[in-house]
Structures are given as C-alpha cells and as structure tokens.
Design a protein around this ligand. Structure first.
Ligand SMILES: Cc1cc2nc3c(=O)[nH]c(=O)nc-3n(C[C@H](O)[C@H](O)[C@H](O)COP(=O)(O)O)c2cc1C
Length: 191
C-alpha cells in the first residue's frame, strides 16, 4: 500500500508533522510513504494559462507529477490553519488540480483516476473556523477520486496555543478511528 502525504506545515517538528508521524506509525510496517512538503517544494500555483482548455493535462512540469501519477492508495492532506485556510503553498498545489476539471469540462476527457482513500489532518491554534480548509480539502479529494468521510477521516488538534498536538489525547483516538475505518485486508491493502 502506498500513502501520499501533502504536508502544508513549514515545521518539521510542529503540530501537523507530529500528527502526520503518529498516523504513519499506525499503518502496517510495509506501507510505502511519499511525502511532499509544500513549503520545501514550492510548487507554483495555477495561473490559468488555459493550456488544459485545449490539451490533456497541465503544461507545467514539476513535482505535481508525483500527485498526478495516481499510484497511491491513500492521500493525506495535512496543514496548519492559516487565517482559517490551508497554508498558501499547499493551496497552490491544490489550484494545480484545476486541469482535471478543465479537461473534463472543455475537452470531455475523464482522467479515470483510481479510487483511493482521503485523510485530512488540521492543526490550529487561534480563533476562527476550520470549515474553509475542510471544504478546500474536500474539493481536492473529489478531483483526485479520494473517498473522504469527515466523520471518520478527519484528524485535528485545533487548540495548539493551549495544548500542543503531542499532548492532545484526542489525536491518538482519532487516528485509531481513522485507521480502523480504512478496513485493511489481511495483506494490508485496502478492502
Ligand atoms: C499566519 C498564521 C495564521 C494563522 N491562522 C490561524 C487560524 O486562522 N486559525 C487557527 O486556529 N490557527 C491559526 N494559526 C495558528 C497555527 O495554525 C497553529 O500554530 C498550528 O498549530 C501550527 O501548526 P504547525 O506547528 O504544524 O506549523 C495561524 C498561524 C499563522 C503563522
């Protein structure tokens, strides 16, 4: 089983990464993880050049190919909340999925991406609502054909100003619930 993680935190030892690492520990030992850190990769946002209105795919060739390769079974979107949204470099990555909608809408090309599971991790330590970040993540899961259930597949620690994710007992419970929901088969692939 392969898990692709899009990590939108600039902190390798921060709250988001703590939750990501705990989630990784809960997967079977032979799971392959590929992680893109949005701050390090600096993937450029979509500029609506409209290539994808007339051509299949996106004309910008960069690390997005890891996402577009579609060879993973689980997609994890992980981010701190910044002004109630996913962080800007992670949002840039998500804008680059726009070619999927444009190919379908303008060219009637369905890319037939394989069915996968979506998991969302959010860390927040301020005021405001996670609802915008959740909605943006849902859009990305939808474009990439990842099945995401907010009740089961959403792991969060939203008061990190008072309680760091590493001390937030709810996080481990949410991880257990999410892993149970994946319904791994005996050979550790998804049912
Ligand atoms: C620019 C900026 C904006 C932020 N906006 C929010 C917010 O809207 N809501 C919130 O709950 N926390 C907000 N925070 C706090 C972070 O989400 C919080 O500290 C989080 O735990 C950081 O995660 P990390 O340790 O993985 O980087 C903001 C932090 C920064 C730097």
């Amino acid at each position: 089983m392969k898990v692709l993680i899009l990590n939108g935190s600039p902190h390798s030892n921060g709250n988001t990464s703590f939750i990501v690492n705990k989630l990784k520990e809960s997967f079977p030992s032979d799971t392959i993880f590929v992680e893109i850190n949005a701050f390090k990769e600096n993937i450029k946002p979509c500029v609506e050049c409209r290539y994808c209105w007339e051509n299949e795919g996106c004309c910008i060739k960069d690390k997005m190919e890891v996402i577009n390769s579609d060879d993973y079974d689980v997609l994890v979107i992980a981010s701190p909340l910044y002004m109630s949204f996913l962080t800007p470099p992670l949002f840039s990555i998500i804008t680059r999925l726009n070619y999927i909608w444009c190919n379908k809408h303008f060219l009637k090309i369905s890319n037939n991406l394989k069915k996968k599971k979506g998991i969302l991790i959010l860390a927040g330590g301020g005021t405001g609502t996670p609802v915008y970040a959740i909605n943006t993540a849902k859009l990305a899961f939808n474009y990439l054909n990842a099945d995401f259930d907010e009740e089961k597949d959403y792991i969060y620690s939203l008061h990190t100003d008072k309680l760091l994710a590493k001390d937030d007992k709810e996080v481990l419970k949410q991880i257990d619930r999410t892993i149970e929901g994946l319904q791994l088969k005996d050979n550790f692939t998804l049912k």
